[in-house]
Unconditional design. Sequence first.
Length: 252
Amino acid sequence: MTVKFYDGYSASSSPSRETVQGVTGLQGLNNQGEQGATGCSFPAANLDDLDDCIYNHDTSTEKSIYIGYSSGRVGSGHTGIYNVGIGYYNQHYSNGSYNTTIGSEAGKNIFGGNYNTSIGVSSGYTISSGSYNTCLGVYASPYSGSYSYSTCIGYSCQTGSRSVIIGYSSTANVSDSVIIGAAIDGTYDGSNNLPNNSVLIGGPNTTRIFLRGVLYIEPVTSNPSSPTEADIIYNSTDHKLRYYNGTSWVDC
């Protein structure tokens, strides 16, 4: 069954109810979920006995829990299962399944996406049909609603599918990449866009990167045909460490 806590609903307007089995440890909550109140006693055998403390907003939805004003409130079209949403407008339009969102408006626009985890105010706010995204931080979210397998950690950071981004206010609409640093704007030098399949460490204000131990550069058997100035390689055929100066490859 679905358990939801709502503010502003009454017994006369709420939908049909179901029996609560084994609900414990939720003392002090009533139909004004985010504020809490007195008069609720757990466990209980029937929702009608709880004075609207808990009830099933949509009987077509199974095994989901929503706590907070208008959380999970998509109406009769809600078919998602195994969702957990805690906070104001949390998973408000959710029609997906296995989503876990905590924070005001977290996962608000998920509609069809599955297996998403968002923690923080408005985290995962862009997700609609995307799945398997992990968002930690205020406004942390994939770059597009359909992107999947994104991991975004930090305030207002965004990235593409199958990418990881960590850092304050960093964005990079790339796939299959790892981006670490603050205030990254999607470029690697302030003007050229970061390509897919990249690793970027350091934001525009980074002045030094410290490495401990041995730095390993995977050898290549020939010089790349489309280099960018400042590229560094180790050519295993010639046994040379080389860099590209914008015109030609130069031995170090």
